[in-house]
Design a binder for this molecule. Structure first.
Ligand code: NDP
Length: 326
């Protein structure tokens, strides 16, 4: 199978009160329509993201307008960690297909290795069981490929030693601060494509905090590399990952940035650029869901002062289309 190297990410995010930004859904519809018009063919979504109905509507419209055929698109969704029993994987995927109004997706991922109920109970279901559920939906033709997300090195090794179908991808945070060298090299050596999320890390103004590390968007080293190639710093960041053979799924609701993020195939970073950019890798993680850190199979390092309590928006939701799973 082939996967377009740059896809369109559809997680709208949480606000300061940890509530889901559903008010941005109409902007997503517009930006995604534009993205398909200008050539994006890979869409990354998830049950959690609550926008599968909107994505389904946009895709249907673009097919009706003759812009694309279903076969031209690569649609990925994910199974949330409430549905980790083997049989629940199919229930979750069928509900996603219903919301998307599609017969199949191209890829379905286990969103996280932990299994947590809507009430926040640690269900301790082995991710190998969940993966068997993914292998079953693959066999039934509900998806063309299966994979995982947020698996660490140890979990990948254990999964590969115990699965029948090698996961097509591991979708993980990777950016200039978080290079994930060992995990990326291991996945690639086993034929598992790494798909990077939060690929701008905390570089962009919407993510930068006073104590987040360089490079920010105005970092002199990055600006000079970008200038040399006549590109933006964010394009250099995506191109760097592309040259590491990592697919990316940047999210933007702005048309300019949707276009900019996909325009990375007409220049090449040289050895010197790569050596300079590699120095920013300091292991800093932008997305730390520390409220899960005491759950079984949490994949990351624990931090000293975790957020207490899982936000309600990550445990219970209805997507408004009345097609969700209760
Ligand atoms: P990104 O690194 O894609 O950053 C998104 C942010 O950057 C938005 O605030 C966006 O704002 C801004 N932005 C986008 N392009 C530019 C640009 N060219 N210049 C300046 N700012 C820009 O982070 P995400 O966390 O959204 O990750 C991308 C996708 O990955 C998600 O949408 C989702 O599909 C997936 N994901 C998967 C996870 C998993 O657990 N598997 C976890 C997190 C994300 P604006 O919209 O205003 O342009």
């Amino acid at each position: 199978m082939e996967i377009p190297a740059v896809g369109y990410g559809t997680w709208l995010g949480l606000d300061e009160k940890m509530e889901f930004k559903i008010q941005d859904a109409p902007k997503l519809v517009e930006a995604l329509s534009y993205a398909i018009d200008i050539g994006y063919r890979h869409i990354d979504t998830a049950h959690l993201y609550r926008v599968e109905p909107e994505i389904g509507q946009v895709v249907k419209k673009k097919i009706a307008q003759g812009v694309v055929k279903r076969d031209d698109l690569f649609i990925a969704t994910k199974v949330w960690h409430h549905y980790h029993r083997e049989a629940d994987v199919e229930t979750s995927l069928r509900a996603s297909l219903k919301r998307l109004d599609m017969d199949y997706v191209d890829l379905v991922l286990m969103h996280w290795p932990m299994s947590i109920s809507q009430d926040g109970v640690d269900e301790k279901i082995d991710y190998l069981e969940t993966y068997r559920g993914l292998e079953a939906v693959l066999k039934k033709g509900l998806t063309k490929a299966i994979g995982v997300s947020n698996f660490n090195l140890e979990q990948m090794k254990r999964l590969l030693a115990n699965c029948n179908v090698v996961p097509a991808t591991n979708q993980i945070e990777v950016n200039l601060n978080l290079g994930q060298k060992e995990l990326v090299e291991y996945c690639q050596s086993k034929g598992v494509l790494v798909v990077g999320f939060t690929t701008f890390g905390s570089m962009v103004p919407s993510r930068a905090t006073p104590d987040s590390p360089e490079p920010k968007i105005d970092n002199p080293t990055m600006v000079s590399i970008a200038k040399k190639h006549g590109k933006a710093v964010t394009q250099v960041a995506l191109r760097y990952l592309y040259q590491r053979e990592i697919a990316t799924i940047p999210k933007s609701l702005s048309k300019n940035r949707v276009l900019e993020n996909a325009s990375i195939f007409d220049f090449e970073l040289d050895k010197e650029d790569i050596a300079q950019i590699a120095k920013f890798d300091n292991g800093y993680r932008t997305d730390i869901p520390s409220f899960w850190q005491d759950y079984s199979n949490y994949p990351f390092e624990k931090i000293a002062n975790p957020i207490q309590g899982i936000p309600l928006s990550l445990r219970k939701w209805k997507n408004g289309a009345n097609l969700d799973i209760d």
